[in-house]
Design a protein around this ligand. Sequence first.
Ligand code: PLP
Length: 388
Amino acid sequence: MIYLDHCATTPTDKRVVEKMIPYFGDIFGNASSSHSMGHQASEAVADARTKVAKLINADTSEIYFTSGGTEADNIAIRGIYHKLTPKKNHIITSRIEHHAVLHTIEDLEKHYCAEATYLDTDSNGLIDLNQLESAITEKTALVSVMTANNETGVIQPMEEIGRICSEKGVLLHSDIVQAVGKIHIDVKKMGISLSAISAHKFYGPKGVGALYIRKGVRLPKLTTGGGQESGIRPGTYNTPGIVGMGEACRLATFEMDSHAKHTSELRDYFEKRLTETIPNVSFRGSNTKRLPQVSNVGLAYVEGESILMSMEMEGGVQASSGSACTAGDLHASHVLLAMGISHADANGSIRFSFGKDNTKAQADRVIDILPPIIERLRKMSPLTHKEE
Ligand code: PLP
């Protein structure tokens, strides 16, 4: 198997698993219990909180553990909206956000009278800062713009976005799920007030994440229960998961730069070789700053799902496509469409995302098998003949 889908999830680092194991066994106590085993667990949670905070330059008290990125995005966006509405009922976001953000805002529009502005992107996948600035009104409760896109890896100019929001006095939420552990994140410098993080995207366990809430920003309690995490996210602590997330953050602090160097070299080599071996190939977002490990490859005239199937059958290659099949219908990626890519071209896209353990030999293997697959599929494709 050649796993090139690290934007979907990463394998949990063995060192992370080792740190987690005691909290499934000898130290199984509830972190809220007042006995000694409870204290041991709560100390481990506090220690993990420090490590998460350090990775993004937050204060420890600004980190709230959640079940992952989706929950953190929901708490942030719904929380701010419900706190500020009806005085402020306008949300600004971009067309390329993850569904954890887009569907949340759509739900607020549908059921809670929110009004939303969806910022366009240019062909590189960057939002227009002038459009952002002019969209902000006295009714704007929140701006939500992701730091790095999960399909293309394109990185937004967050410091400038943060400056615009702070000058206009509007809170900025940024989904930093894909960026954490890949590039340096400094929430203070970026002017972010709320941010979602997910451990499984950077060699931590699945089902655990965190919400950063800048000191002074208050959220209502959307769920009620035992009052953990100051009532922002009540529920018994997932101590093993939290410990694992803390360790993944600690490792990322030291290892992120060398991983970035390795994956970007591999990605650049891969793209160069694909250009040499496949006609009509393009790389989405490659004219601007991208995450080091992502290559979103446009393969004209063919359909992504067929490429994926052939790559897995013929070479055990696992990647992901720019389309999703829902109830038999092929939906082109909203991210690629927002970049002005046609439905047909968006459907002919594959996202390869490299990880720290991928090798040049693996990239070479994909480069060996992909050109004949594309040639075969293009021969069969009605789109090829239409163009000719
Ligand atoms: N935001 C982005 C940009 C993502 O890529 C993902 C996961 O794919 C999420 C949010 C959701 O995170 P989680 O899987 O932890 O719920």
